[in-house]
Design a protein around this ligand. Structure first.
Ligand code: TXA
Ligand code: MG
Length: 352
């Protein structure tokens, strides 16, 4: 008689496969092999179905206004380990905890300083992450050994439905293989993580397209660790004092993630001044606000800086699918989301 097994999470499949192979005398190798074997990744539009995987210790990709995240229960170390494995993420890169209601902050943070309170009042829910001192019960695995935790409350309804159905804070990095451009569509998540994660909550393409603004509120003067849609100018409306992290020196231990290779397509990325002529035509990709002026393999001319930001990572991925060798990105003015956009382009260019 055939045994019917209901697989609940990636690990259930790994363990079951290992047991079957072990029974048939294929010795210890199966455990290692089974960990690498693929699992069916469920794609669903239903927040409650996706949340059920989190409750069972699984990992789920879900949409936010910035990029898709890959989530697990913040208090479940085994589940958090699966995030690092699926993404091939270095273990010294901390995760952001996503919440659906403000009261969850107190399950994660030991204290909420005045500056943080102001940011929360003004920008939650929204594309901002606030770094606070963590409580003991938040595992160091989630924070990469730091005594602080990044907290964020996404705004879109589907994200909020998912997070409230989870009934626990969900740690989630972007749902890409580490070093690849962050996913802005569920299909991009599938491209990187199909067979590695339990579920994808299928939503629309993300509205902003660049990761959240990260502000460290653990010291007297708040520090901007990562630029995002909430710009330095906008933060300045709420905070009297804020400084930008100097990642090359004193601030590098504050945000270890920034030192890792990021946002990079396989193609080389080149930054071009606004309105500059492209001299050679051919196997180039071009993205910017102006026409490329010369024939290229693929181009995306955006009508606004917002559209440019929302399109950048998917354009990088499309260029890789077409095997484009060089992507030319037109520079924009570094104000508003333009500063975050230029930051991501520079990082992608530097990664080559
Ligand atoms: O928009 C976003 O923030 C997306 C969505 C899914 O929420 N998430 C995201 O996560 O971009 P990730 O893991 O790709 O980037 C998180 C970065 C880390 O690399 C680090 O630079 C910073 O946020 N970070 C997280 N926790 C931190 C902490 N405790 N202290 C300092 N920086 C932290
Ligand atoms: Mg990321």
């Amino acid at each position: 008689m055939r045994e019917v097994v209901e697989y609940r999470t990636v690990d259930d499949v790994a363990v079951t496969t290992a047991k079957v192979l072990y029974k048939h005398h294929f010795c210890a190798l199966p455990i290692f092999w089974a960990k690498l074997s693929s699992v069916k990744t469920v794609v669903t539009r239903f927040a409650t179905e996706a949340a059920a995987f989190i409750k069972r210790g699984g990992v789920v990709a879900f949409p936010t206004e910035t990029v898709y995240g890959l989530g697990a229960n913040v208090f479940d170390e085994q589940a958090i380990r699966k995030i690092f494995e699926a993404k091939e993420r270095p273990s010294d890169n901390p995760l952001i905890a996503h919440i659906s209601i403000e009261s969850q902050i107190h399950e994660l943070a030991a204290e909420v300083p005045r500056a943080a309170k102001k940011l929360i009042e003004r920008f939650f829910p929204g594309p901002i992450t606030i770094v606070l001192r963590k409580v003991e019960s938040v595992p160091l695995l989630a924070t990469a050994g730091l005594q602080t935790i990044g907290i964020r409350m996404p705004a879109p309804q589907l994200a909020r439905d998912f997070l409230s159905a989870c009934a626990v804070a969900v740690v989630a990095p972007s749902a890409n293989i580490s070093g690849r451009p962050s996913p802005t569509t569920w299909q991009a998540v599938q491209e990187d993580l199909d067979g590695r994660i339990d579920c994808i909550l299928q939503g629309e393409a993300t509205q902003i397209g660049l990761e959240s603004t990260v502000v460290d509120c653990t010291s007297e003067t708040p520090v901007l660790l990562r630029m995002g849609a909430i710009s330095m100018e906008t933060l300045g409306e709420v905070l009297t004092d804020i400084r930008v992290a100097d990642t090359s020196t004193v601030d590098s231990p504050r945000s270890p993630g920034l030192k890792h290779k990021h946002y990079s397509p396989r193609a080389d990325v080149v930054l071009m001044r606004r309105g500059q002529e492209m001299h050679s035509a051919g196997a180039y990709g071009f993205i910017g606000l102006s026409e490329p002026g010369t024939p290229v393999a693929i181009s995306k001319v955006c009508h606004s800086v917002d559209e440019y930001a929302a399109s950048l990572f998917e354009f990088f991925r499309e260029c890789d699918r077409l095997n484009v060798k060089t992507i030319v990105c037109e520079a924009v003015e570094e104000k508003g989301i333009g500063a975050a956009l230029m930051d991501r382009i520079r990082r992608a260019a530097a990664a080559d």
